[in-house]
Design a protein around this ligand. Structure first.
Ligand code: BGC
Length: 815
């Protein structure tokens, strides 16, 4: 096996970064181990380790190390090979029954039921298998997978542990001298039945190709975990049950802003593990040495010291309790965070945490503006959300207007839930006070981008048909197999590209994300393009599709391995999933990972990476939470910005931050209507996107499939033009999610599909991957009065201008 030049280098880099994404949840100091030894390995993730979730976020790698392999590579001997073999048989049997069931349903229900296949996850089966190893130490690797197209369920074998898992884990804890539970999961699992019994728990998450070796490094103390949770871990019934989740048509976000720790801290429910929690092998102490203000920026200087006996890194988290005036507030909100460098025992570092007071402003629905209420803002510092200490008070003299905004986003048919606030006031020690007068807080004003005159002139010379082609992806008139996100012809396995129909206008090539680049491993080329020879990330889908459907989607061509001429190879690196990157709480790490992907984009000829994805973990059951960073918008926005910077600092590369917006469930994802208040929309769901745009200027934004308050996100001009461009000053392009309009007419849903005319009219400039039906729709809608979304030539020119601006920027071609 000859590795391509980048593979070894990127593997080593990811192996080095992996432990930082892992979270130590419990420790009795039995680990790390002194050296490789005989070990008894159990659990569904031991051999069938999950490197990342399924769907478009999957990455077709050459190989990744499983936990079993990682241990063997490190010199361990495994005493439970028979257990692992027997488990494999049990799994295979359960899996083939599961696939047959789905196949039958798809056969009966037709193509729309394909969603059943995308992301369908088999719950972990119950079984009886004796745990009969002889080693002193045992490891149980508990795995869960989820993916695009389906939400998880609060049932045994998915969100909950099975009876087999609970019994086995408790038995191992009781019988082995040393035992560790290892969680190879992309999201939360309910650990409440075992958490008090098990003494060592390590969340290794799903960290891509180097997961097995990375885990072995941690087990041997060559590396150490330094992650913190970015989402609250609790029993399902303890999460807010006020709003809807996974409804088919309308999903009401009635809990408003009270999501995650904003809810748990305010209603004072203790979760299993709180937001921001993560242990280290050592202990840290910190002291605030200085608190100051420079205009609207608050600066906290801290000295952090490693007071234990092992090296490590710590994350300082700064929260603020914002006073409730006319606008209700959660107990506290994350305002800044900083991770230390590696500190040796006794070593100290100065960590500076800063934030702009205006970022704590809340959306006031009555005046459609961002407001800072008058009163005392209590600044709290800690290393987990439910253990923070007040360190300062900021007094704002009077109610202050921070930014005048619009009432964009639509209206819900309910008022947001507000909890009874019964939190005791802190007995505040003598704290430093920072006084800010209202007139010292300047209003935020963003400039709107005006497009390039040369490009506008060029666009005016184009025909209507040419404009339409530019606003649609690179479709072929004969139709292509674009339903499953492999519409690219320039690069095999790429998700799509811009048009090749206009002379002198090069096509931009796009590939998924977010866990690395999703391309085909093997392909051939002819005069019409590059064609995949491997089913890669569609394998799990193909297992559940009837043959007729496999043919319809053109997947059989990949399966046949039809070799025409030379076979080429492309091997990309799977990086840690979004949640794992978030768990590092390290924006430098995120930037390095983004840069690594950027280098692979250069190698394989990709212009736009369809990542990072930064929807909020509103509910722990969302099937795509693993792709997203956190329940908190600051972490989400900062991580997305760092990744974007990592990619875009390489010349002529861009990202597409997604899915904009309120795409927080997978159930009926193309036609589900998220009903959200303007306050929750602004302060929670849009905030991460706003941060990412302000800090990193992503080349493109991908609109989401779902509706927001009755209209598809891609068809909401108030979101795309008013909020994104006018209020935030966004300069880039907005593209649709894949085949948003492709299923028009096929929907049996309450809401219609989004369509090209509606989307272009609203400022969604590019329909991806584009299709003949989109072209026909645009031609029909142009200057018509008889369609739902009539469009004018000016609107089409506006979008085409933005597409060409991007082509010029990323291809370097002048027009
Ligand atoms: C997903 C996107 C992805 C696109 C292209 C869609 O189904 O929602 O996240 O980028 O496919 O593969």
């Amino acid at each position: 096996m000859t590795l391509q030049a980048h593979e070894e280098e990127h593997y080593q880099k990811l192996r080095e970064l992996t432990p930082e994404c892992m979270v130590l949840l419990k420790s009795n100091e039995d680990f790390p181990l002194d050296g490789p030894q005989l070990i008894d390995l159990y659990g569904n993730g031991a051999r069938r380790t999950i490197k990342g979730g399924t769907g478009s976020g999957d990455v077709n790698v050459r190989h990744f190390t499983t936990i079993e392999e990682g241990l063997l590579n490190a010199g361990f001997k495994i005493g439970t090979t028979t257990w692992l073999d027997s488990y494999d048989e049990i799994w295979q049997k359960a899996h083939s029954e599961f696939c047959d069931n789905i196949k039958n349903r798809i056969e009966k229900e037709g193509i729309t039921a394909i969603m059943l296949g995308i992301g369908a996850v088999m719950p972990e089966p119950e079984y009886e298998l004796a745990t009969n190893g002889n080693a002193d130490t045992a490891i149980y690797v508990l795995a869960r997978v989820s993916g695009e197209g389906s939400d998880r369920e609060a049932v045994k074998g998915d969100f909950q542990l099975t009876t087999t898992e609970i019994n086995t884990i408790c038995h191992l804890q009781e019988t082995y001298e040393k035992f560790i539970l290892v969680l190879n999961v992309g999201g939360v699992v309910d650990l409440s039945p075992i958490v008090d019994k098990v003494e060592n728990i390590l969340l290794i998450s799903q960290t891509g190709i180097a997961i097995g070796d990375g885990f072995a490094d941690v087990l041997l103390g060559h590396a150490y975990p330094s992650g913190k949770l970015t989402t609250t871990w609790a029993k399902y019934e303890d999460y807010p049950q006020i709003g809807d989740f996974a409804e088919i048509d309308d999903t009401r976000y009635k809990e408003g802003i009270y999501v995650g720790y904003r809810y748990f801290d305010t209603v004072q429910t203790t979760p299993v593990f709180s937001f921001g929690f993560g242990k280290t092998y050592t202990t840290f102490d910190w002291e605030v040495s200085e608190i100051s203000r420079n205009k609207t920026e608050i600066r906290l200087v801290t000295e952090i010291t490693n007071t234990g006996e092992f090296k490590g890194k710590e994350v300082l988290q700064l929260y603020v309790s914002v006073p409730s005036g006319k606008i209700d507030q959660p107990f506290q909100t994350l305002a800044a965070f900083k991770k230390s460098k590696e500190l040796q025992p006794g070593e100290s570092e100065t960590l500076i945490l800063t934030f702009d007071i205006r970022d704590l402003a809340s959306f006031d629905t009555k005046s459609s503006s961002k407001i800072l209420e008058s009163g005392s803002y209590i600044v709290r510092l800690g290393n987990t959300s439910n253990q923070t200490e007040p360190v300062a008070v900021i007094n704002i003299s009077s109610r202050t207007l921070v930014q005048k905004l619009s009432d964009a986003g639509g209206q819900p048919d309910f008022e947001d839930w507000i909890p009874n606030q019964n939190i005791q006031d802190d007995v505040l020690p003598d704290l430093p006070i920072i006084q800010i007068n209202s007139d010292e807080i300047p209003q935020i004003v963003n400039e709107t981008h005006s497009s390039d005159q040369n490009i506008r002139d060029f666009v005016q010379g184009l025909t209507n048909e040419e404009l339409a082609y530019i606003c649609l992806g690179g479709f072929e008139d004969s139709g292509n197999n674009s339903f499953i996100g492999n519409a690219g012809r320039k690069v095999a396995g790429a998700a799509g590209e811009t048009t090749s129909k206009i002379e002198n206008l090069p096509a931009l090539v796009m590939a998924d994300g977010p866990a690395g680049l999703r391309l085909s491993r093997k392909y051939y080329r002819d005069e019409t393009g590059a064609y995949s020879l491997d089913t890669g990330s569609f394998e799990s889908l193909m297992e559940v599709l009837p043959d007729s459907m496999i043919q319809l989607l053109g997947l059989d061509k990949m399966k046949e391995q039809k070799i025409v001429g030379e076979v080429f190879e492309q091997y990309c690196s799977a990086i840690p999933i979004g949640t794992a990157i978030g768990q590092s709480w390290n924006t430098d790490l995120a930037e390095q990972v983004g840069n690594l992907v950027g280098k692979e984009m250069k190698i394989f000829g990709i212009h736009i990476w369809l990542a990072p994805a930064l929807n909020i973990h509103r509910n722990p059951l969302c099937g795509r939470n693993f792709e997203y960073y956190s329940e908190d918008p600051l972490i989400s926005g900062k991580m997305a910005a760092a990744i974007t910077i990592g990619v875009q600092k390489l010349d002529k590369l861009g990202v597409s931050i997604k899915h904009f917006c309120c795409n927080n469930q997978e159930t009926n994802r193309m036609w589900n209507n998220s009903i959200v208040s303007q306050r929750a929309l602004r302060d929670l769901y849009l905030k991460g996107f706003e941060i990412a745009i302000r800090e990193s200027d992503p080349a493109t934004v991908m609109s989401s499939y779902n509706l927001l308050n009755g209209e598809h996100a891609s068809q909401r001009e108030d979101i795309l033009e008013t909020i994104l461009r006018k209020e935030w000053g966004y300069k880039g392009l907005v593209m649709s999610d894949w085949v948003t309009a492709g299923l028009s007419g096929k929907s049996k849903n309450t809401y219609p599909s989004a369509i090209a005319s509606g989307s272009i009219k609203a400022g969604n400039d590019l329909m991806m991957p584009g299709g003949v039906h989109d072209f026909q729709d645009l031609m029909k809608a142009l200057n018509s009065t008889e369609v739902t979304y009539p469009i004018t030539r000016v609107e089409l020119e506006r979008s085409a201008t933005r597409v060409i601006e991007l082509i010029v920027k990323l291809s370097g071609k002048n027009i």
